[in-house]
Design a protein around this ligand. Structure first.
Ligand code: ARG
Length: 476
């Protein structure tokens, strides 16, 4: 949606119509510039209008304003909603924020009745309510995107439950794993991310509206009615807390930061895997870019950008923590700084999740190369040690030592472990038999890892199916 915003040229000569009584002239141009928030809080228009409608209806029900005025207000607000939705609405920077832009337009449309809407409320409880509603719905979007991401991962994991790849620790070949197992690790991480968002959402579902400026109101309002209309769990119990609290912003950004850090780890792996030096995974032309000078290049830009966008998300969390640090109760204008970074950070996260989902669907493992790499670097050495423990009843520490000597011998001869002749192994441990070769292949290695949560293809297949079932159920 495009947004048209009008600015006053030299700063308003006229004083503000919302509080003009006390003021002889308008603000300096620079005052207007620093004070205005409409350039980003217009995002909250749906929530602002919904909360105003609920408030107007409650005021009428309680006999605080006339039913006829409430009807005019609600009808006018609906018209404004469609004006903004269709891009016809002209936002005005002199009117500072979304709340006053909407109210001022309402006054143009319905006259004096518009002035009754602000009875028993303040922009302080209004903005806190709107932003909670906005974040609540943005969390719904992100939760859905994370579900799509998990589904793409689980589908690919099922397809590659038996595809062997090198598993790394310290970015050194450690033990063979399956590609499906690696992908399912990210499904688990995304599940925890969704849990953190849901947790934040459960706490932000308390309603500030009706706290008014800070102290509550002398009008006989019914906050339970507005809470129900706006689908909050309950009105907040302390009016000072209601207008001062931005925990919901910090918590949501903390959840977003962790989710973003998770995506950055996977993005980094994609960058490594697709490097020609590694070549474990291939992205199609859909998810690579070329170089304007080097014709051979296939750059994983989307993965690099996901990795980088984590900076914005974590930056927004840090900024918000700093804004709130040391702020006395109750509302302080500092808190207006909560929106810009949060809106940007959640947009960046949503885009990153989408891009990762696209890359997961697109990526294809280079299976031959993965298998060869999985066997390189004596990655089945642990399997040899385990064989010594199991077959010869050797204590693991001793088996580790014996295996180390066998690996050194293989390295000396320039051979992989499963190519080292039995006679050579026997020189180090005479009780070793031909049967040891049964555990030295990468396939045998992964299929033996059947402990719960292990990388055996049978485990991976079962886990992938469990996730697919759960994720598909969630959609229906
Ligand atoms: N635009 C303001 C914000 O985002 C709205 C609340 C203003 N309240 C006030 N007392 N000036 O925080």
């Amino acid at each position: 949606m495009t947004k048209k915003t009008k600015t006053t040229k030299s700063g308003g000569k006229r004083s503000n119509t919302m509080w003009g009584g006390r003021f002889a002239s308008g603000p300096a141009a620079i005052m207007e510039k620093i004070n205005t928030s409409i350039d980003f809080d217009w995002h909250l228009y749906r929530q602002d209008i919904a909360a105003s409608k609920a408030h107007a209806e409650m005021l009428a029900k309680q006999g605080i304003i006339a039913a006829d005025d409430a009807r005019k207000i609600v009808r006018g607000l609906d018209t404004i909603l469609s004006e903004i939705g269709s891009g016809k609405f002209k936002f005005n920077r002199a009117l500072e924020d979304i709340h006053m832009n909407v109210e001022s337009r309402l006054a143009e449309m319905i006259g004096p009745a518009a002035g009754r809407l602000h009875t028993a409320r303040s922009r302080n409880d209004q903005v806190a309510t709107d932003f909670r509603l906005w974040i609540r719905s943005r969390i719904d979007d992100i939760n859905g995107l994370l579900g799509d991401y998990q589904l793409a991962l689980a589908e690919k994991a099922l397809k590659h439950a038996g595809t062997v790849m090198p598993g790394f620790t310290h970015l050194q070949s450690a033990q063979p794993v399956t590609f499906g197992h690696h992908l399912l690790a990210y499904v688990e991480m995304a599940a925890r991310d969704r849990g953190r968002f849901a947790d934040s959402q459960s706490r932000l579902n308390d309603m500030p509206l009706g706290a008014a400026a800070l102290a509550g109101t002398s009008f006989p309002i019914d906050r339970h009615m507005t809470a129900e209309a706006l689908e909050f769990d309950r009105p907040m119990a302390n009016s000072l807390d209601a207008v001062s609290d931005r925990d919901f912003v910090m918590e949501t950004l903390a959840a977003a930061s962790i989710a973003s850090v998770h995506l950055s780890r996977f993005a980094e792996e994609i960058v490594i895997w697709t490097s020609p030096l590694v070549g474990l995974v291939r992205l199609s032309d859909k998810f690579t870019t070329g170089s304007s000078i080097m014709p051979q290049k296939r750059n994983p830009d989307a993965a690099e950008l996901v990795r980088a966008k984590t900076g914005r998300v974590v930056g927004a969390l840090n900024a918000m923590l700093m804004v709130m640090k040391g702020l006395p109760l109750a509302y302080q204008k500092d808190m207006q700084e909560d929106k810009e970074g949060t809106i940007d950070a959640l947009d960046a996260l949503a885009l990153s999740i989408d891009a990762m989902t696209g890359m997961v669907r697109d990526m294809e493992p280079e299976t031959e190369r993965m298998k060869a790499a999985a066997g390189a670097g004596y990655a089945t050495a642990t399997d040899l040690a385990d064989w010594l423990v199991r077959t010869l009843k050797m204590p693991f520490r001793e088996a580790h030592h014996v295996t180390g000597r066998i690996v050194a011998k293989a390295a000396e001869a320039g051979l992989d472990l499963d190519r080292l002749p039995l006679a050579e192994m026997k020189k180090i441990e005479p009780r070793i038999t031909q049967a040891v070769f049964g555990v030295l292949s990468v396939e045998r290695s992964v299929s033996s890892r059947t402990s719960f949560g292990g990388t055996a293809p049978a485990n991976v297949r079962a886990q992938a199916k469990k996730w697919l079932k759960r994720l598909e159920q969630e959609r229906s």
